[in-house]
Design a protein around this ligand. Structure first.
Ligand code: NAD
Length: 299
């Protein structure tokens, strides 16, 4: 099997590479940065129609996963054009390249739970209303619809995943990374954004990768959407405390009561659709956070 991982140097992309190498696939990576490993075929490029067409003309892929794009909600608020290009326009260009040069290649798009905004009910399921509250969420939703367009009009098979909060070694953004950096000077008290009741549905990176593989390996992909999460809601303050304990940092957390524009209060996923495919998350935060802490200590 031949697989193209776009965004192969990123957090999710690099874990996908490791997984598919272990599975014995022929792995081709694409990213902006210099190649960091020698065991895959690698193309260093900025995605545009010509660069991507060259890659898609050179190989015949069974699968393509788009793990590239801006993952920073706050950046999308301050620079919506950049976010539109990297989260929506690139997705269009990838699908157009597949249509022209690799039409039997199955495509997986990594969307986001951000399409839900602040859900009316929890747990939120794939059929519940989508109400993004950030450019990031809107642009992910547009990309999901482009996947549907290419399936309905051109029969390009695809699947869409909506990961909730993914964490693990390699993640250099979001709350846990910020906490690691902010707590490094060992002050007695640490201020975090929010009111303390913010909660997320966390999933360890290895579980996300397994879920993606189960989804993409189905025989017929019809641009279906899948929530990818553990199905358990964890308070940010609880996971933060657990991380600090595992980092051996004795710090008191206080919340400043301020809400970041574009960030929801609480998330919990209905994962019954994913679980019906046979997926079960195996790494609970009690096991995942120590693994993350071990990696953070090397940074
Ligand atoms: N990390 C999470 O918790 C999470 C949750 C939901 C969705 N997602 C989505 O998953 C995707 C990957 O997230 P991540 O955390 O791995 O991000 P990341 O920033 O670690 O990795 C993205 C990679 O894409 C590459 N890239 C960006 N633009 C490119 C371009 N034009 N051409 C080639 N390469 C390009 C970057 O260089 C980077 O290596 C993003 O779309 C993100 O929105 C992530």
């Amino acid at each position: 099997m031949k697989i193209l991982i776009i965004g192969s140097e990123g957090f999710i992309g690099s874990h996908l590479i490791n997984f598919y190498l272990l599975k014995g696939y022929d792995v081709i990576g694409v990213d902006l940065f210099e190649q960091s490993r020698s065991n895959i075929t690698y193309h260093q490029l900025l995605i545009n129609h010509d660069t991507l067409s060259n890659v898609l003309k050179q190989h015949s892929f069974d699968y393509c996963i788009n793990a590239a794009g801006n993952g920073d909600v706050n950046l999308s608020v301050s620079n919506p054009e950049l976010d539109f290009k990297s989260n929506t326009f690139f997705t269009f260009q990838i699908l157009e390249g597949i249509r022209l040069y690799n039409p039997t290649c199955k495509f997986l798009y990594i969307s986001s739970a951000a399409v839900y905004g602040n859900p009316e009910k929890l747990p939120v399921s794939e059929s519940d209303p989508v109400k993004p509250i950030s450019p990031y969420g809107w642009h992910k939703l547009l990309s999901e619809n482009i996947c549907k367009e290419y399936f309905e009009l051109y029969n390009i098979q695809s699947a869409i995943v909506r990961p909730f909060s993914v964490y693990g070694p390699g993640l250099k953004k979001q709350i846990l990374w910020d906490l690691f950096n902010k707590s490094s000077n060992q002050n007695a008290t640490l201020e975090l954004w929010g009111g303390g009741q913010e909660a997320r549905d966390f999933i360890y990176i290895d579980d996300l990768v397994k879920a993606i593989d189960i989804i993409i390996s189905q025989p017929n992909l019809k641009a279906e959407i899948y929530n990818v999460a553990s199905g358990e809601m964890t308070l940010i303050k609880d996971i933060s405390t657990l991380l600090l304990i595992n980092l051996n940092r004795k710090i008191h957390i206080v919340f400043n009561g301020l809400i970041h524009k574009g960030n929801p209060i609480q998330w919990k996923a209905d994962v019954s659709k994913l679980f019906a495919l046979g997926f079960i998350p195996t790494i609970h935060i009690e096991e995942g956070i120590p693994k993350l802490a071990t990696w953070l200590k090397t940074q």
